[in-house]
Design a protein around this ligand. Structure first.
Ligand SMILES: Cc1cc2nc3c(=O)[nH]c(=O)nc-3n(C[C@H](O)[C@H](O)[C@H](O)COP(=O)(O)OP(=O)(O)OC[C@H]3O[C@@H](n4cnc5c(N)ncnc54)[C@H](O)[C@@H]3O)c2cc1C
Length: 241
């Protein structure tokens, strides 16, 4: 198998990797950017951008609900279709990264779609749809593999269809009910969004919600969400699905 020699190989083209790879390419280095999924990573396709569209929509509904107490009367009928359409068309291009790939290539980078691994000192092998490709990086290998949703080892979970953030942002309808396992910011964001769109939401947390925040702040959020109709079960653990 032939080995191609370049200056740098960047594995993982999320916001971090894409930025590094683009800067190196712009500076004139021969750079290969390797991405197994979508250039842009989690943020534009499964995280920051689509979830903020969901949050904004849920906020609009909540604001409409406050009109009665503040400014007269308003009626809002939740409808998930515009949210799903905006995420598909405006945020993710239907989960298509053509524009991002072209942007990187225009900056002078070479893009390879596939999963990279360091196969020898200074060497990266990429498993692509057309077979393996090997690159020798003369100056640097940059690792930016980011994160993947953690799936807790709960009996029965693996055999049950479930959502992570990736499925949740691609939802085309609001479920009747939803159990959110874990009360970090991501879980709480989804909990509030889907609750505001009419799902019966129960949050299950081992200790308390937002464990990295000040307890007073987390208590205030819990109080607010409970008043909105979410059920928060703190200090409990899911043992079986
Ligand atoms: C639901 C959710 C909401 C969020 N909301 C916000 C927000 O509002 N604001 C904010 O600032 N942050 C938010 N974040 C965090 C933000 O998404 C991350 O901080 C950001 O995506 C991290 O960028 P990254 O480049 O480090 O990694 P990632 O975005 O995870 O990208 C890493 C990339 O590497 C690829 N990869 C991994 N291993 C390999 C390999 N071996 N070969 C090839 N490719 C590989 C992956 O496919 C992935 O595309 C949110 C996260 C989630 C999950």
């Amino acid at each position: 198998m032939s080995i191609e020699t370049v200056d740098a190989v960047v594995i993982g083209m999320g916001p971090g990797g894409e930025d590094v790879a683009t800067r190196l390419a712009t500076a004139g280095l021969a750079v290969v950017g390797v991405e197994g999924r979508l250039v842009g990573g989690e943020c534009p396709y499964y995280a920051c951008v689509p979830t903020k569209m969901m949050v904004r929509a849920a906020e609009a509904l909540a604001e409409a609900g406050r009109v009665g107490a503040l400014a007269g009367s308003a009626q809002a009928q939740p409808d998930w279709r515009p949210v799903a359409a905006r995420i598909r068309d405006e945020a993710t291009d239907n989960w298509d990264d053509t524009v991002a790939v072209e942007r990187f290539e225009k900056a002078g980078g070479r893009f390879v779609r596939g999963w990279g691994r360091i196969s020898a000192p200074g060497e990266v092998t990429v498993t692509t749809a057309d077979g393996p490709r090997v690159f020798r990086a003369d100056r640097a290998i940059v690792l930016n593999p980011g994160t993947a949703p953690a799936v807790p080892p709960i009996e029965g979970l693996a055999e049950t269809p479930y959502w992570t953030n990736r499925e949740a942002v691609a939802a085309t309808a609001v479920p009747e009910s939803l159990i959110v396992l874990g009360g970090g910011p991501v879980g709480m964001e989804f909990a509030q969004i889907f609750s505001r769109f009419g799902a019966q939401v129960t949050v299950i947390v081992r200790h308390r919600i937002l464990p990295k925040e000040e307890p007073e702040a987390a208590d205030l959020v819990a109080e607010t969400l409970t008043a909105e109709g979410l059920s928060i079960r703190s200090g409990v653990e899911a043992t079986r699905i």
